[in-house]
Structure formats: C-alpha cells, structure tokens
Design a protein around this ligand. Structure first.
Ligand SMILES: Nc1ncnc2c1ncn2[C@@H]1O[C@H](COP(=O)(O)OP(=O)(O)OP(=O)(O)O)[C@@H](O)[C@H]1O
Ligand SMILES: [Mg+2]
Length: 251
C-alpha cells in the first residue's frame, strides 16, 4: 500500500514542484513504484515531464469518478496524473458537495495498492485543493526557500493541518521540512535553518537543496535532474534527500 506524501506550502515558488519531480524520480530510480499527482491548476509538474496538452487530467477523476484516474507512464516505475487549468474551477464546482474534502482521498484509494509512494504537488494556496491533498496524505513535507520570510505565515498551514486532524479526523503528520535554494555563504540562509529547527524540532531534513541552475533548466527540457544533469549539485542534493526519506520510511 502506497505511502501518500503531500508537498505543501501556500507560499509560491518555494520548490514544491521541483521537489515533487525530483524526489519522485529519485525514489523510482531507487526501485520504488511511484505515482506523482499534479494537483496544481498551473500544471507545472505536468509541463516538467512534457505533458502540456493532455486529454484527461486529475480534474476528470475528481468530477467524473466512474472514468477512473488518468495515469501517464514516464517510466515503468514513475507514473503521473497530469493537471490542467480545468482544475482551477474544481474548487468552486466541488465546494457544494458533501465529503468535498475527501474527493482526492477516495480517488486515490482505488489505485493505492499499485504504488510504493504517491507524491502530491500542491498549489500555492490553502483552499479546497490543498485540503483535499492533505486529507489524502499520510504525511506532509514542507519545502521552504531559505529566505528570512520563509517561516512567515506557516502558522496558517499548521492551523489547516490541525483542523484536518481535529474536525476531519485524518492523521496527517508533518514529517519533514527541508530547505531549498540554500546558500551556506548567506547568513540569512543559515539563520533560517536554525529557526526551522526551533519551530519544528527534529523535523528538519539534514539535506539542504542548494541553489542550482540545472534544476531550473531540467524541466524546460521535460526532464528530471537525474536524466538532465546527473553530476550536478541538484542531482547530488536530491539523491541525498531521497536517501534520507527512504531511511526515515525504514526502506
Ligand atoms: N534549488 C534550486 N535552485 C535554483 N532554482 C530553483 C531551485 N528549486 C527551484 N528553483 C526554481 O524556482 C522556481 C520555483 O520553483 P517551483 O516551481 O518548484 O516552486 P513551487 O513551490 O512549486 O511554486 P508554485 O507555488 O508556483 O507552485 C522555479 O523557476 C524553479 O526552477
Ligand atoms: Mg508548483
């Protein structure tokens, strides 16, 4: 049965999509069966694998259950459910439904047993889509960019997670915070690492994802970092993060 992990942070541009793509790729290269779910109407994750004009997307699976989940194969071990802009109206369309917070959860139940890991790339908001991702997830990973204000507003994400645990009775755990675009020469970046450690004791991954241009270039070529630039710092850092994740998962 798959471990479902949501990559969430309502702050935009912190590395959710880059991390979903490359952690997913890294896990699949390590031999695990991985499904990536693009749950952001911007569809950046789908684009990053070259799925920019799809016939069916996660939106269909949410709005028309009987059609099942449209899964595309990147490799044998790495699959993706693409998104498109239609997903932006799902929040409004689904908001009147009973059980509206659990629609993704129910959709994933049907395919959970086919994977070791399901990673959900969340949009930069705390609306119904992110709530659906969090109720579907066993764990949340929070990517943080290493800037001074990166912790600001995180209390809102904690509030939503606590509501999901309380009111919606789902046991989602924050099992990791990691720093992206890290530069150890910048004092602010080092301070952020300390602040995270104080706010989330024991939850900060040791691996820091350094600032690396190959991570920007790879998705433009429809590739993950391990194919695009296997010797880059980006590939080295995401490999270390994947190793750390697998160790935490006892795998
Ligand atoms: N380690 C890194 N080094 C340099 N650039 C990076 C790194 N990680 C991400 N980026 C770049 O930063 C930008 C934002 O990253 P990304 O799209 O992964 O963030 P996001 O949190 O998914 O954004 P959004 O909230 O809009 O969905 C992208 O242009 C990406 O290529
Ligand atoms: Mg994104």
């Amino acid at each position: 049965m798959a471990k479902v992990i949501a990559l969430a942070n309502h702050k935009g541009g912190v590395g959710k999509t880059t991390s979903t793509q490359n952690i997913g790729a890294g896990l699949s290269i390590a031999g695990h069966k991985v499904l990536l779910v693009d749950f952001d109407p911007q569809a950046n994750l789908s684009d990053a694998f070259g799925y920019d004009e799809v016939e069916r997307s996660i939106y269909d699976a949410l709005t028309n259950k009987k059609n099942g989940i449209p899964v595309a194969m990147v490799t044998e071990n790495l699959h993706i459910v693409p998104a498109d802009l239609d997903l932006s109206v799902a929040e409004i369309e689904l908001s009147g439904r009973t059980g509206r917070e659990f629609i993704l959860h129910e959709a994933l139940e049907t395919i959970k047993d086919q994977y070791d890991f399901i990673l959900i790339d969340c949009p930069p908001s705390l609306g119904l889509l992110t709530i659906n991702a969090l109720t579907a997830a066993d764990e949340v990973y929070i990517p943080l960019d290493s800037q001074y204000f990166s912790m600001k507003g995180l209390d809102k994400l904690m509030f939503v997670i606590n509501q999901i645990r309380g009111r919606l009775k789902q046991n989602v755990e924050i099992n990791g915070v990691f720093l992206t675009r890290f530069d150890s020469r910048v004092v602010v970046n080092r301070n952020v690492a300390e602040m995270v450690d104080n706010n989330f004791p024991g939850k900060l991954f040791k691996t820091r994802i350094r600032r690396n241009i190959a991570l920007v270039e790879a998705p433009i070529e429809d590739m993950h970092i391990f194919d695009y630039a296997p010797e880059s710092n980006g590939a080295k850092d995401y490999k270390l993060l994947v190793d750390e994740i697998l160790k935490l998962q006892g795998k």
